[in-house]
Design a protein around this ligand. Sequence first.
Ligand code: AFP
Length: 321
Amino acid sequence: MPLIIEGIKSPIEGVDDASLAPVLEAIVAAAKLISNNVQNGALIERLDSEGVRNVHGELVHTLDTLGTNTFVEFFKDTQVVAGLVCEELETETFFNVEDISESYFCVLDPIDGTSNADIAITIGSIFGIFKGTNGDSTLDATQFLRPAKDFVAAGYVLYGSSTLLILATPMKVQEFTLDIAKMEFVCTRSSLSIPVECPYYSVNQGYEDFWEDNIKDVVHSIKKGRSLRYVGSLVSDFHRDLIRGGVYLYPGDVNNPEGKIRLLYEAAVMSYIAHYAGGSSTNGYTSIFDLQPKSIHQRTPIFVGNSNVIEQIESILRDNT
Ligand code: AFP
């Protein structure tokens, strides 16, 4: 049975469990508010270079704080979200629910790409949703330390020239566009699949001097016949690859062997969407869709998008070891 969600005009397919509705409604409500804030750009985004830093040592922007607070408030009100892991919060946050095993645990990057926010470049919110493990009513990190394949739904909201919601379930990946006049999301692509052609690759080529030789070999090989596109917001770069065909790469380098992208609330979500859109993902050696996280803020190298190219990348890395 398709699920009817307040704030989304079209029904959501691929979710059997109606108890997920309040979680999606919270995400939609938060997205609409954040979308308004993002539109205000520099009127709202006041970055103080001496300002507060998050658990990763990165400067916290006004939008990060607004985004985090907005999601926390909406999730708290659902009565079914029992816990949240958020990029901006050092430890897990737990909420009161009646039955933990019947509740949901969310992972979240409230504003991805905030360093682009004050220059009016597309940013986003990334989310993944786990169902409480049946019979397990513990409230600790183990509720979140699960591979992407365990998500019941995942997606992102993209705040660009229009506001889009991409929602992946095991049945399909759907795109919704925010109708500003009515402030409701309308389905604009009912079933997304990553195109077979792969015209683009997205990587920060500026780090080339710091890459190990095997990564240089990968990029050298896959760039042939492709255009480089790199925004510097994972949501934007991934979204282009999802719609137009491409691969996104953020490998490790000599200074940061695990790269920059967080496993739980960035890489795992993109790997889940890619998987159900007919693409794939790897950390170089193992599919990120199946990768077991060890800690909530863990980073991972990531290669995600067109399946043939991901296979090619894994094969180059295998041959180099
Ligand atoms: P910010 O949220 O600090 O802007 O980081 C965004 C991000 O994690 C991801 O969205 C980008 O793909 C990546 O960083 C860009 O990082 P580089 O600037 O190192 O290429």
